[in-house]
Each structure stands twice: as structure tokens, then as C-alpha cells.
Design a protein around this ligand. Structure first.
Ligand code: MG
Length: 204
């Protein structure tokens, strides 16, 4: 099945359709290398973009998210969505919505949900990855930990993808941009592409 912008648009999330389609195209290339990984699934918008690419290639997508919402998705914060609060616990819980997305998109045999913090998940998976998509917590420490924990798993040709990369401070937070810049300056990656706030490097 090709990329389905209508399905993607129906899933709550912060990825534009153009960004999603680009992720799908990267996933198609990366899935031939090794499993792909995303950090920060939320309700599954990016998961569907990468997951469809992985499914078509007979590959798996590892989707890491504690599903408690990131810093800016908590009550009183800018990206809080009251519809995503679990009434029983009173806490943000995106896991139910995420599972609905996987079922609806036909991805239950492709996506491996890993429900914990990214640093913990990194201790449990040591294999190579064709693509690492960093879109979890946007605090500087979180982005750096995601980069440190997962990027060493990329073999040559693997893609390192950051979301919410804003060169202009007026457009958004600095942490993803700064992590992206550090990775780009490391000598380990070649610049690949930029679509919206999606910035892509490729392991040399
Ligand atoms: Mg994002």
C-alpha cells in the first residue's frame, strides 16, 4: 500500500503531510538495510508513515514511547490534549489511541511497540537499525540521550532523522536543532535532506 495522506491526517500529531511522506520514502530505503526505529510515537502518525514502508519491505519498525506525553503535552502546557487523559489515572495516556492507529492501519504485524523511556529501551536492543527517527522529549538532555543511545546502531547508509529542527529560534525550541548540528559536525554523517522541520543525515 502506498503512502495514504488521508489516513495520516486523521491521526493526532505534529508531523505535516509533507514531512510524513518524506519519512515514508526514507523508510522504503532504510527498511532494506535493517529494522527502523522511532522515538516518540504519540498517537502513531509518524508510526504509520514509517510502518507502511517497513511492512511493504517485510521489515519491522520499533516504536518507542512511554505514552505518558512529553514535557509540553502535560496539563497546562502548550500541547496538552484533554482527550488523551486516562480518566482512571488522571494522567496523559496515548497508548490506547496508538493501538487503535496500528489496528486501523494494518500495522500490528509490523510495529513493535516498546512502552518505556528511550534510554531504557536502548539497553534492551543492540542490533543495527536502518533509520533512527528522533522525536521524543524535546528537552536538551532528552534529545542528546536519544542521539547518544541510538545513533551508534546505524550502519553505513542508515538514516538519522530529527524532527522539530528550527534554525530560527523564533520558530521553536533549540534542542533538536543543536543535536542535529552536533551530529552533522561529527564527521559520521553526510547531509541528506530537509523537509519542513524534518532534518535528515545519512551515515557515511
Ligand atoms: Mg515532533
Amino acid at each position: 500500500m502506498p503512502f495514504d495522506p488521508i489516513l495520516v491526517q486523521q491521526i493526532p500529531g505534529f508531523l505535516s503531510i509533507e514531512e510524513g511522506e518524506h519519512l515514508f520514502r526514507l523508510g522504503c530505503v532504510a527498511a532494506a538495510i535493517a529494522p527502523c526505529l522511532e522515538i516518540g510515537s504519540y498517537c502513531g502518525r509518524s508510526t504509520v508513515c514509517l510502518g507502511v514502508a517497513c511492512r511493504d519491505a517485510g521489515q519491522v519498525l520499533i516504536a518507542v514511547d512511554h505514552h505518558r506525553g512529553s514535557e509540553e503535552q502535560q496539563p497546562g502546557e502548550e500541547y496538552f490534549n484533554p482527550a488523551l487523559v486516562d480518566p482512571a489515572s488522571g494522567r496523559v495516556d496515548t497508548l490506547r489511541r496508538f493501538r487503535e492507529t496500528l489496528a486501523r492501519a494494518g500495522l500490528e504485524e509490523t510495529v513493535v511497540p516498546v512502552v518505556c523511556r528511550s534510554e531504557l529501551a536502548a539497553r534492551a536492543w543492540s542490533g543495527p537499525l536502518g533509520l533512527v527517527f528522533i522525536d521524543g522529549g524535546h528537552a536538551a538532555q532528552s534529545v542528546q540521550a536519544d542521539y547518544d543511545g541510538w545513533s551508534p546502531r546505524l550502519p553505513p547508509g542508515g538514516f538519522l532523522v530529527f524532527h522539530d529542527v528550527y534554525p530560527n529560534p523564533a520558530d521553536g525550541g533549540r534542542a533538536p536543532y543543536e543535536a542535529y548540528r552536533r551530529a552533522a559536525a561529527s564527521g559520521r554523517y553526510a547531509p541528506h535532506s530537509v523537509v519542513g522541520s524534518l532534518a535528515v543525515l545519512r551515515r557515511v
